[in-house]
Design a binder for this molecule. Structure first.
Ligand SMILES: NC(=O)c1ccc[n+]([C@@H]2O[C@H](COP(=O)([O-])OP(=O)(O)OC[C@H]3O[C@@H](n4cnc5c(N)ncnc54)[C@H](O)[C@@H]3O)[C@@H](O)[C@H]2O)c1
Length: 208
């Protein structure tokens, strides 16, 4: 989807081999095509366009659709889940990933609001489950919240932080509280904007 495609692009541009997996037929191929358009447009604007286009082509060569759905992720070092924000869906998926992936594979969720500890309860080794919360649009936004669940190990946290930094992003570490850091701060601000409008402080456009 929106976030998974962006995360896959940024990871591939950073030199990682990326397998894309989506339950919707054609979605992974569409995500690779969308990444191609974004990378080539950015390369065209670069100072050395030829070198940037070559780097973009190499990044695209590292993006592949996983064969056979989730079972195609059997060799992955790290899985970054970005399905819809639905706890039952995520728990079900993590249960399947736990059965398919290597026992030492890190299983990360891009959830904006669901408890990492509760997602990890669906997994056989919950110490390898972690939150990896990218912001939208992923190729543009620098910040990634890394969220430790109750069982997340130091090794999982350190390895995940290294992967985020390898993508050129900035890590902030949050405990597993509702909204983590970013949405906990952002949502009251958005609410306050509506209150200000309701009280007639200013027009919607000026508050925005
Ligand atoms: N959009 C944002 O601004 C934003 C920002 C930060 C975090 N997030 C989080 O990222 C996650 C994804 O959000 P999005 O906006 O990219 O959603 P989206 O609807 O664009 O993408 C979700 C994708 O998941 C696929 N999917 C559903 N069930 C699946 C399954 N069982 N296996 C494999 N694929 C499956 C769908 O086909 C779809 O392509 C959510 O947890 C959301 O809270 C979103």
């Amino acid at each position: 989807g929106q976030m998974g495609g962006g995360i896959a692009q940024v990871a591939a541009a950073a030199g990682h081999d990326v397998l894309l997996c989506d339950a919707r037929p054609g979605a992974a191929a569409a995500a690779i095509e969308a990444a191609e358009r974004r990378l080539m447009r950015a390369a065209g604007k670069a100072e050395d366009a030829q070198a940037a286009e070559q780097a973009a082509r190499e990044a695209l060569g590292r993006m592949t659709e996983a064969q056979g759905g989730i079972s195609g992720l059997v060799s992955a070092d790290i899985v970054i889940e970005a399905v819809a924000e639905d706890e039952a869906l995520k728990r079900d998926l993590f249960g399947q990933l736990s059965a398919v992936c290597r026992p030492d594979a890190i299983l990360a969720s891009n959830t904006s609001s669901i408890s990492i500890t509760r997602i990890a309860a669906a997994v056989s080794a919950p110490e390898r489950v972690i939150g990896m919360h990218f912001m939208n649009p992923v190729p543009v936004m620098q910040l990634v919240e890394v969220i430790r669940g109750a069982a997340t190990s130091d090794q999982t946290f350190e390895r995940t932080s290294e992967v985020v930094q390898s993508m050129g992003k900035v890590v902030v570490c949050s405990k597993d509280f509702p909204g983590f850091i970013v949405n906990r701060v952002l949502m009251p601000m958005i609410n306050e904007a509506f209150c200000a409008m309701h009280e007639g402080v200013a027009s919607a456009a000026h508050i925005d």
